[in-house]
Design a protein around this ligand. Sequence first.
Ligand SMILES: Cc1cc2nc3c(=O)[nH]c(=O)nc-3n(C[C@H](O)[C@H](O)[C@H](O)COP(=O)(O)O)c2cc1C
Length: 344
Amino acid sequence: MSLLLSPVKIANLELNNRVVMSPMCMYSVQKRDGVLEPFHFVHYGARALAKVGMVITEATAVLPNGRISDRDLGLWNEEQADKLSELVDWLHSFGTKVGVQLNHAGRKAEDAEIVSAPSLLQYSADYSKPHELDRPEIKEIKAAFVKAAERAQRAGVDMLEIHGAHGYLLDQFLSALTNHRTDEYGGSLKNRYRLVHEIVTEIRARFNGSLWIRLSLTDYDETGVQNTIDDWKQVGKWLEADGIDLIDVSTGGLINKAPNLPVHDGYQTPFATELKAAVSIPVSTVGLLDNPGLCEYILQNHQADLILEGRALLRNTNWLSDAAKQLHDHDFKAYNGSYQRGQK
Ligand SMILES: Cc1cc2nc3c(=O)[nH]c(=O)nc-3n(C[C@H](O)[C@H](O)[C@H](O)COP(=O)(O)O)c2cc1C
């Protein structure tokens, strides 16, 4: 049996295999009310039927103005939570675990009436000028993350991932490139980490499931201002102490800049491996991991503990089934006997 397709336990979370559907915004909430629609049940259900170890839903906003677009999912009210509870039951019925990625887009909110950020720094000319958050507003956002986590708990969600990557609000706080504050939320790395720390510890105290965070370990910045890998290792240690169960390592999105390194299969994995050496909790990797053989190599060589698949699963719902064939993993069990015949 391959490692990729064999079960794994992350703290108390048991997954049937090490393939997790990466959070991917579908921008498909037609009613613009943040509530899951039939599309989402089919979209996520198809991946559950195809046996991903866990589905992570797309970035789900904790406040209306925290949406990337007004077609995003939300978790700021009970109607959204009730529908999420239905989705969780639906995906559980296929034997798949369910994670929800909680987000506030900050200065990258495209349709928000009020765009907010740690500092008055625009993402690019195509984005709105943000308003600088004051302390009461930071408190409101923190409370919104915690309330959304409580709703997720009631909905039966197995895992919550805090979106601390790709230049959204928490990432904006973490980096000196986007955080020029002079209060206790800006300045030193510890101060820039403060909001994440407060959100993580408050959620940890209330949410019984697995708690993950996604981070961008480089901003492709060449001015010397971005967090260094040593800074991220320090953040990783703080996150571990604060009760995070897994760090999901990605890159980019904070500033309007393309990668300054070759973008090839597994190009983000070295960042995960570096962080893994500094923490005791598991670390996942994502990004151009379409080749199952490469995924298996990464796991066998302890470069990361879990594989997140994004676009490969958009192209090919049955990526796992094909991976089993390529890896000669005859133990992989498709959803039922009829699908199993596709393995022969
Ligand atoms: C359509 C689309 C939407 C995405 N939305 C999100 C998102 O909501 N949250 C997030 O953290 N990453 C998001 N991403 C990034 C993916 O989760 C993933 O990290 C990235 O696509 C690289 O992995 P891949 O090569 O397997 O696709 C999105 C990517 C795509 C293609």
